[in-house]
Design a protein around this ligand. Structure first.
Ligand code: FES
Length: 568
């Protein structure tokens, strides 16, 4: 098989001419024949002025290139789409598959023997790994790393759990304009990803546990010199993989490593978004990410990592406590330690060499967990025949068995218009329902599932209510929040049938979310819904593609035409 510059020649009907032409052009950059004969490591560049989380990407690229060259291969850097959570309209999830397609096609089209994908802001690593899995090119994942923490009046602050908490305090009138402005400048004090156990940290940790990145890659703070050395080591590793052609993503993304990912997701108090991304990554190789398995693990695997929003600390503290290797050691037989990793070492070898930090209390022993059960649970019931997720680690225990009156919002705009209306008929024990916020409905399944507490209740001191939606929620958020209701309302799921005043029962212990109305009435409402005119599909472009092809949350919100048939 062709290697290096000879791979994937542009089609002119004459392979010799294609290579001649390719060399002629690349020599314009000053490369020597010696350089051009080497194995090639492609390195994605997701630096963007619109993506502060990736602000250290240029430095990581320089170090990764150094590592590649020290190991005798040729680094070639190329740009792909970059997505930041706060700079993606209507939502970053809407663009994840576009980034995955861009990355996949660039990995395929350009001649490279291995790749380093550098990402971190929530949707970027999932998109890059979906792409690498589809191409099945030897790939090293290099996360950009978490931000360091901020400080305000002696309090440690972190993006963006504290963004939400302090904004809620401002909404409730307990923090004035001047102070909220001061806080705004301190919540994100460095480049890097959000430093709580949000989606970025969650994905970085599960990716490290799946063996797709080098040890400690999830937790080294973005500005630290150690991360630059990690980039150099990732470059050297990718050069060796370019020469050997192994391991490929399909060697590492397996049923065993996906189960390990689910264990770690539960043990770190991980983001619910991780479920969607893992389903999408697994789906690219025809593998399931089984929600039943995730729920069963949630009953068995305790939350051991004490990070916000479920706990007290931040990513740099997780790092200084020993990071993912120490967590693997603490998980012991809950995890399959004999799975391979990109480095060639097994997880068992990585866990055995984990640093033992005396007195650290961030990564707890199994006998003294943060929560006795895992981060999240999977619900079913007549409201969610295809499943729903609740982050039980961040829920109020008093609300996890609760029946309340539904207060329904038709979509995000309706919620924004009415939620703070003093005339809104709502009480603290009601259940807030938001629909048409799923993969197709919004579109792009925005992180709107963290419905704000209605202003008049917030000012009366209400901190949490049961909230139900087909949306997602930021991994940095907290509350008794049922998410990812499947099928979503926009495709006719039962959530579309709820009316204000109906009773909804959340039964976390029984793993159910139910609408308490009789079958005949449900059937009458379903018939009336079916008779209503359908929404018009977008006329053109990516919006049209998205509308036609996006799958539901349980299948990772990938596009149907990107997913191969299930493996036997
Ligand atoms: Fe980029 Fe949070 S906004 S990781």
């Amino acid at each position: 098989m062709a290697k290096g510059l000879r791979k994937g020649l542009t089609s002119y009907g004459d392979a010799g001419f294609s290579l001649f032409l390719r060399k002629a052009f690349i020599k314009a950059m000053g490369y020597s024949d010696d350089a051009l004969e080497r194995p090639i490591v492609g390195i994605t560049n997701t630096y963007s002025d619109f993506n502060p989380c990736h602000g250290n990407v240029p430095a990581l690229i320089e170090a990764a290139k150094r590592g590649v060259m020290l190991a005798g291969a040729m680094p070639m850097v190329f740009p792909t789409i970059s997505i930041h959570e706060s700079f993606a309209h209507p939502t970053s999830m809407y663009l994840r598959n576009l980034m995955a397609m861009d990355t996949e096609e660039m990995l395929r089209a350009q001649p490279m023997d291995a790749a380093i994908v550098i990402g971190g802001c929530d949707k970027t690593l999932p998109a890059q790994i979906m792409a690498a899995a589809s191409v099945d090119l030897p790939t090293v994942v290099l996360p950009v790393g978490p931000m360091v923490v901020g400080h305000h009046k002696g309090e440690v602050l972190g993006a963006c759990t504290d963004c939400r908490r302090l904004w809620a305090a401002h909404r409730a009138g307990t923090m004035d304009e001047q102070e909220i402005a001061a806080v705004n400048a301190r919540l994100a004090p460095s480049v890097g990803t959000c430093m709580v156990m949000g989606t970025a940290s969650t994905m970085a940790a599960v990716i490290e546990a799946m063996g797709l990145a080098l040890p400690m890659s999830a937790t080294i703070p973005a500005p630290h010199a150690e991360r630059i050395r990690l980039a150099e080591a990732s470059g050297a590793l990718a050069a060796r993989m370019a020469a050997s052609g192994a391991p490929r993503p399909s060697d590492l993304i397996t049923a065993r490593s996906l189960r390990n990912a689910a264990v770690v997701l539960q043990a770190i108090g991980g983001s619910t978004n991780g479920v969607i991304h893992l389903a999408a990554i697994a789906g690219r190789l025809g593998l399931p990410f089984d929600l039943g398995m995730l729920d069963a693990l949630g009953r068995e695997v305790p939350v051991l990592v004490d990070l916000k929003p479920s706990g007290a600390h931040y990513m740099e503290h997780f790092h200084h406590a020993g990071g993912v290797p120490r967590l693997l050691a603490r998980l012991g037989d809950l995890i399959d330690l004999d799975t391979p990793t990109v480095s060639g070492a097994s997880l068992r070898e990585i866990a055995a060499s984990a640093e033992d930090v005396p007195g650290q209390d961030v990564i707890r022993p199994r006998g003294n967990p943060i929560k006795p059960q895992g981060s999240m649970a999977v619900l079913h019931g007549n409201l969610a025949p295809g499943g729903a997720i609740i982050k039980q680690a961040a829920a109020s225990p008093a609300l996890t068995q609760h029946t309340g009156r539904a207060v329904v919002f038709e979509n995000v705009e309706d919620m924004a218009r009415r939620i703070d209306d003093p005339a809104l008929d709502v009480a603290a024990d009601d259940v807030l329902v938001l629909r048409n916020t799923g993969p197709r409905g919004a579109p792009g399944m925005p992180e709107a599932g963290y419905l704000p507490i209605p202003l008049k209740l917030a000012r009366a001191g209400v901190k949490d209510m049961v909230r139900v939606s087909d949306a997602r929620m930021s991994g940095t958020a907290f509350g008794t929040i049922v998410l990812h209701i499947t099928p979503e309302a926009a495709v006719g799921g039962p959530l579309a049938l709820v009316e204000t005043g109906d009773a909804i029962r959340l039964d976390l212990a029984g793993r159910r979310i139910d609408l308490l109305i009789d079958e005949a009435e449900l059937a009458r409402r379903a018939a009336a819904l079916a008779a209503r005119p359908q929404a018009t599909a977008p006329a053109r472009g990516y919006a049209r593609l998205f509308d036609a092809a996006v799958l539901q949350a349980d299948l990772g919100c990938d596009f149907d035409f990107l997913v191969p048939p299930p493996r036997d």
